[in-house]
Write a protein that binds this ligand. Structure first.
Ligand SMILES: Nc1ncnc2c1ncn2[C@@H]1O[C@H](COP(=O)(O)OP(=O)(O)O)[C@@H](O)[C@H]1O
Ligand SMILES: [Mg+2]
Length: 473
């Protein structure tokens, strides 16, 4: 009862509950006054009856009004995002219960919708951020409203405070954006050049957003950096030019000798034998060149595929030694193999690893000093030495070295050994057969295995090529 009274007092403070009850009782009061005035009821009787009506009214109306008040507070809490799960409400009125249930149903419906939207936004952002090219959204005045990770990295974190005309110092780009903003065109594609912060050739695609999107964004801009693609394109065309040049030289020699044999040397038997021998050499060179070019393009084709075979390096070395022992004898050289005990098998492309070992040993035989030893050694290494241009594999590795005695290679030449078609002048002068592609093939294979290649050359120790291949891929 006391509790009820306290509630009642509280309630009275901020509600006109009592006033409302009194107001509702005004017509009844009039009737009682009238009854007393015409002497149909005594004054005392009228006061007692009127007071009991008021008390009944209060008792009947209070619970529903009080519960309404509670429901109101509950909805307010819900709207302000507070946790309402342990909000203590004892509702006895059916109507208030029904209202609370309806509000709860509505609330969970919107909460679910909100969750879906939130998940969608997160996944949309993740997708946009994972794209390699910068993407931005702009409003009607060209202000940047949003930018993906790549754009934020390129233009800075505060890109969203900028106007799009501050991004590049290019009138063509600004005009193209304006054409889309003024709805003169629905999309624009252009290639433009910028000098700041670095010299770049860029491709931009500016697209008006469909009317359906209700937000402030009216257009999307995506930028593609063409500088790298151009560089690769140039490298490829240089390669084709080099390859054609290399093929044209022996072909010209062969054609020249054919003509000589058909004319001036037609009846000279001695000259004929000499020329035919040169032609055979050149034809062999051409076929080696084609073989190497094909090998290079085959390797590049599956460059992105991780090797998955198990390779026993010791066995591969033995096979190479067996294949080249005969060639070594011709130069009175000896192939010595040094292996550390208990070497692990590695995850690698067996044929490719054998190809590198064979290339390196073949080089040692060709360019090493005659009558000396060639040493192929293999041992464990803690890790692959890091490379400046790509990420090497982590973990244990095998180091396979091929050493030969010979002239010291100058540091400038050492740095260029893996360039395509590069050959040392002294070897060209000595007429040692080669295409200048063996080491670039080796480099490409090592790159695929995420290993590394090192070369050292000194007068006393000769030249040593070391391949590092990770044990696990
Ligand atoms: N072991 C080595 N000692 C000295 N020079 C080498 C050695 N290996 C390679 N070279 C030099 O590097 C050049 C490129 O080698 P490579 O790519 O295998 O092509 P190729 O052997 O067909 O000429 C060779 O022509 C040679 O001048
Ligand atoms: Mg070679």
């Amino acid at each position: 009862m006391f509790k009820f009274g306290k509630k009642f007092l509280d309630f009275e403070k901020n509600n006109r509950f009592i006033q409302r009850v009194l107001f509702l009782s005004i017509p009844t009061a009039f009737i009682f006054i009238l009854l007393v005035a015409v002497d149909l009821m005594s004054m005392v009787m009228a006061i007692v009856s009127f007071t009991s009506i008021i008390i009944f009214n209060i008792i009947l109306l209070f619970p529903i009004t009080f519960e309404m008040q509670q429901v109101k507070k509950y909805i307010e809490n819900l709207a302000s995002g507070q946790n309402v799960e342990d909000y203590n409400m004892k509702l006895s009125e059916k109507d208030s219960q029904a209202i609370v249930e309806a509000v709860n149903a509505m609330h969970s419906f919107w909460a679910q919708k909100n969750d879906i939207l939130e998940a969608q936004t997160i996944s949309d952002t993740a997708v946009l951020d994972s794209l390699p090219d910068p993407i931005m959204m702009i409003d009607r005045s060209g202000n940047i409203l949003g930018a993906n990770l790549s754009a934020r990295t390129l233009f800075g974190k505060n890109i969203t405070n900028k106007n799009v005309d501050k991004l590049f110092n290019s009138n063509n780009f600004i005009e193209a954006v304006n054409r889309v903003l003024k709805k003169e065109s629905t999309s624009e594609n252009l290639i433009f050049y910028v000098k700041q912060p670095k010299s770049q050739k860029l491709y931009a695609h500016i697209k008006q957003l469909p009317w359906l999107s209700k937000g402030r964004a009216v257009a999307v801009i995506s930028i593609y950096d063409m500088t790298k693609a151009l560089k690769i394109e140039k490298m490829q065309s240089d390669f084709v030019a080099n390859a054609s040049h290399e093929l044209r030289t022996p072909l010209a020699i062969i054609s020249g000798f054919i003509e000589t044999l058909q004319t001036s040397a037609h009846d000279d038997e001695k000259a004929r034998d000499h020329f035919l021998a040169i032609m055979k050499d050149q034809a062999e060179y051409m076929s080696a060149l084609i073989e190497n070019l094909l090998s290079l393009s085959r390797i590049e084709l599956n460059q992105d595929q991780r090797p998955s075979e198990k390779a026993d390096v010791e066995k591969l070395i033995d096979e190479v030694k067996l294949a080249l022992d005969h060639k070594a004898q011709e130069r009175e050289m000896n192939i010595v193999v040094e292996k550390e005990a208990h070497l692990p098998e590695i995850t690698a492309d067996k044929a490719q690893v054998k190809q590198i070992i064979q290339n390196l040993t073949d080089n040692a035989l060709k360019y090493g000093t005659a009558k000396t030893d060639i040493t192929i050694s293999v041992h464990r290494a803690n890790h692959v030495p890091p490379s400046k241009s790509y990420k090497v594999a982590e973990g244990e590795a095998l180091a396979i070295s091929v050493n030969n005695k010979g002239h010291k290679i100058s540091p400038e030449d050492l740095a260029r050994l893996t360039e395509r078609f590069f050959r040392l002048q002294e070897h060209k002068d000595l007429n040692i057969k080669g295409t200048g592609l063996g080491l670039s093939i080796a480099k490409q294979i090592i790159l695929r295995h995420r290993g590394n290649l090192t070369v050292s050359s000194t007068t006393y120790q000769g030249t040593t090529f070391t391949i590092y291949l990770p044990v696990e891929q």
